[in-house]
Design a protein around this ligand. Structure first.
Ligand code: HEC
Ligand code: HEC
Length: 248
């Protein structure tokens, strides 16, 4: 095995244990019954280390992928069973990561050891969509208030974990995307106001709220928002232009 292959397998999570502690290959009593993508020589210890990494990478427990015969009883898990679709998905994901790291990714990066692993995309989430995508989809399908609720739930649960970007740009993107469609103005306003509440010193957030209020013919509201932006950034060009227009 070359160093490159080794690095890539570690990145895919396949060898974590053995490199750290030099654990020997599988013993007879550790027989693993249903391996289709891991090397047949993997020891039980290495395999379980990899499984723990996957739990972390996806923010799940073992029974997300493995059939638990008795609900709530982790002793009843049948690890060899292929009943759950998530296990099949994980096999496909593992194969994809290996294929990517074995050629296309190092070639694209121009570095032999360039590699991704599960957590690169998943960031502790089953579904690795970014915050702006998640909030946009909910706001579009169920309205601005539902989008606001979704954001608050995610923030309560994940703030500080690194799973989502709670910086001001995420909600700004959602607000701008919604506002580009005239039927989305109310939802855009709800998300824009949420951003101002969460990130009050982000001048662009006040400006986009002012623009939406102006489109909704609320001149006084727009002026108040634009003045907030100018308090933060007196030379903000879009804010100055909008203020001029509103003052006419
Ligand atoms: C994201 C999905 C996923 C999670 C979470 C997961 N596993 Fe797995 N597990 C798999 C896949 C896929 C295989 C089969 C690998 C293969 O086909 O080579 C497997 C195989 C196994 C096997 C070998 C079974 C056999 O005899 O063939 C054991 C043991 C196992 N996992 C234990 C665990 C434990 C313990 C946890 C929790 C710490 C866990 N797994 C979490 C996907 C997962
Ligand atoms: C290049 C980015 C990327 C990498 C790397 C990656 N995944 Fe995924 N994974 C995704 C995306 C995107 C989805 C689809 C989520 C969706 O829209 O439902 C997904 C879905 C899944 C699902 C299905 C989740 C569900 O709710 O049905 C599992 C299980 C999974 N990945 C496991 C893994 C494992 C294990 C690894 C590492 C071996 C891995 N993924 C690496 C991007 C990635």
């Amino acid at each position: 095995m070359t160093i490159g292959t080794l690095t890539r397998m570690v990145a895919a999570g396949a060898l974590a244990g053995s490199l750290l502690s030099g654990i020997p290959a599988a013993r007879a009593e550790d027989e693993l019954k249903n391996l289709k993508v891991f090397p047949q020589t993997i020891s039980k210890r290495e395999l379980v280390e990899t499984m723990k990494e996957w739990n972390q990478a996806l923010g799940v427990r073992c029974d997300f992928c493995h059939e638990q015969k008795v609900p709530g009883d982790s002793q009843s898990i049948d690890f060899a069973s292929d009943k759950l679709g998530h296990k099949a998905a994980a096999r496909r994901m593992f194969t994809m990561v290996q294929e990517l790291n074995a050629g296309p990714l190092p070639r694209a990066a121009g570095e032999e050891d360039a590699a991704v692993s599960c957590v690169t995309c998943h960031r502790g989430l089953k579904n690795p969509a970014t915050l702006d995508r998640v909030v946009l989809v909910v706001a579009r399908e169920q309205g601005g208030d539902a989008g606001v609720k979704k954001y608050r739930e995610l923030r309560d649960r994940y703030y500080g974990s690194g799973s989502y970007d709670f910086g001001p740009r995420s909600l700004q993107t959602v607000t701008e995307t919604l506002a580009a469609d005239p039927t989305g103005l109310d939802a855009a306003l709800a998300i824009g106001r949420l951003n101002v509440e969460m990130n009050p010193s982000f001048a662009d957030g006040h400006v986009v709220v002012a623009q939406i209020l102006e489109m909704k013919q609320d001149k006084a509201g727009a002026l108040a928002a634009v003045n907030e932006a100018l308090k933060l950034e007196p030379a903000h060009r879009q804010a100055l232009r909008l203020k001029q227009k509103l003052d006419q």
